[in-house]
Design a protein around this ligand. Structure first.
Ligand SMILES: Cc1ncc(C[n+]2csc(CCOP(=O)(O)OP(=O)(O)O)c2C)c(N)n1
Ligand SMILES: [Mg+2]
Length: 355
């Protein structure tokens, strides 16, 4: 059993005594997914800078958090993401072309261009679309977990949030109901130290974010969010506790947003480059690479092969997505009513006449 203290930082890479039940293939698998997130960040940001997509939120520096945590789930479990867990959608089976199409919002996009980019949804693997409004996914996750409990389904909801979301009413409502109903939910707070330009110090006077769980009657713990193995281990324990009827857990993964909040942000206006450089020394990919290197299961050639292969797959997927036509005008009007009501029909006709 891990010692669940809401202020102690749980680690593997810094000499913690956490037991890891992963073999060589799984360790390499985790590394591959983290690397894909890193490679994709650059490619997608380039697309945004070229004006080919409208927006992107990178995950650089935080890859261990979404990948390590989602790796602990079973196929039947559900994910309620925030902005930076797209990598988990890919790892759980969302095809790369659909991931990219979501950012283009064209006819290949499963959500028909009705969401902002980076708001992925993939029904076959229970990856639920995010609504942009910070924290709203949390009550949804608790509701789903409550239903699972009532139906005695051995299903767990993994609900992601940022540090900024802990100041939202929805966070507290969700935490309260989760505690009272003892539902199978794991709240995974990706504390990247910033909520756009608001620092963690300005966000809360609590000594940690994990400690907030205490007020709601369940466990909170802090994990080194740049340590993929520690993230995996604590999430797995919390997920299995939830599945076994042990109720919720709040995990605070301590990490750092190396890039801008999004493609629309300039972080040099509100934080120092020294701070960013300090955190780069704890780069989750570099630390994991070192661990694999010591185990002799990482090499330069493997890394270059992986990168070349990923870049090729991304280029192919972009080509496929860009070849898809834009959505038709009807897409603005469908899927709300089974049959289009007269007032929408009127607007639709007017729109068509105006083209
Ligand atoms: C209710 C609400 N208020 C404000 C915003 C604008 N907004 C978008 S992202 C963001 C910061 C989120 O920070 P955090 O929860 O730490 O997540 P991060 O982006 O750092 O991963 C804010 C304030 C919003 N989307 N919803
Ligand atoms: Mg944040």
């Amino acid at each position: 059993m891990l010692e669940l203290k809401e202020t102690k930082l749980i680690t593997v890479f810094d000499g913690g005594d956490v037991k890891i039940d992963l073999g060589v293939a799984q360790l390499q698998d985790l590394y591959r997914w983290m690397l894909l997130v890193r490679v994709l960040d650059q490619r997608m940001l380039n697309l945004q800078r070229q004006g080919r997509i409208g927006f992107y939120g990178t995950v650089t520096g935080e890859e261990a958090a979404p990948i390590g945590s989602a790796y602990a789930l079973k196929p039947q479990d559900w994910i309620f993401p925030a902005l930076r867990q797209g990598g988990a959608a890919l790892m759980r089976g969302m095809p790369l072309s659909l991931y990219i199409a979501q950012c283009y919002g064209n006819s290949l996009d499963l959500q028909k261009g009705r969401q902002m980019p980076c708001h992925y949804s993939y029904k076959p693997t229970n990856f639920v679309a995010w609504s942009s409004n910070i924290g709203t996914q949390l009550p949804h996750a608790v509701g789903m977990a409550y239903a699972a409990k009532l139906k005695r389904d051995p299903v767990v909801a993994l609900a992601y949030l940022g540090d900024g979301a802990t100041s939202e009413g929805d966070f507290h409502a969700a935490m309260n109901f989760a505690g009272v109903w003892k539902v199978p939910v794991v709240f995974f707070c990706q504390n990247n130290q910033w909520a756009i330009s608001v620092s963690l110090k300005e966000q809360t006077a609590s000594e940690s974010l994990a400690i907030k769980a205490v007020a709601y009657g369940f466990e909170g713990l802090r994990v080194d969010g740049n340590d993929v193995l520690a993230v995996y281990a604590v999430t797995k324990e919390a997920v299995e506790k939830a599945r076994g009827g042990g109720g919720p857990t709040l995990i605070e993964a301590v990490t750092y947003r190396i890039g801008a909040h999004s493609s629309s942000d300039d972080p040099t206006r509100y934080r120092s480059s020294e701070e960013v450089e300090r955190w780069k020394e704890r780069d989750p990919l570099e630390r994991f690479k070192k661990y694999l290197q010591e185990k002799k299961i990482w090499s330069e050639e493997w890394q270059s092969e992986l990168e070349a292969q990923m870049n090729e797959e991304i280029s192919q997927a972009i080509k496929e997505v860009e070849a898809a036509p834009p959505l038709t005008l009807e897409a603005i009007f469908t899927d709300v009513y089974r049959e289009m009501p007269w007032h929408l029909q009127q607007q639709f006709d007017a729109l068509q006449r105006s083209r």
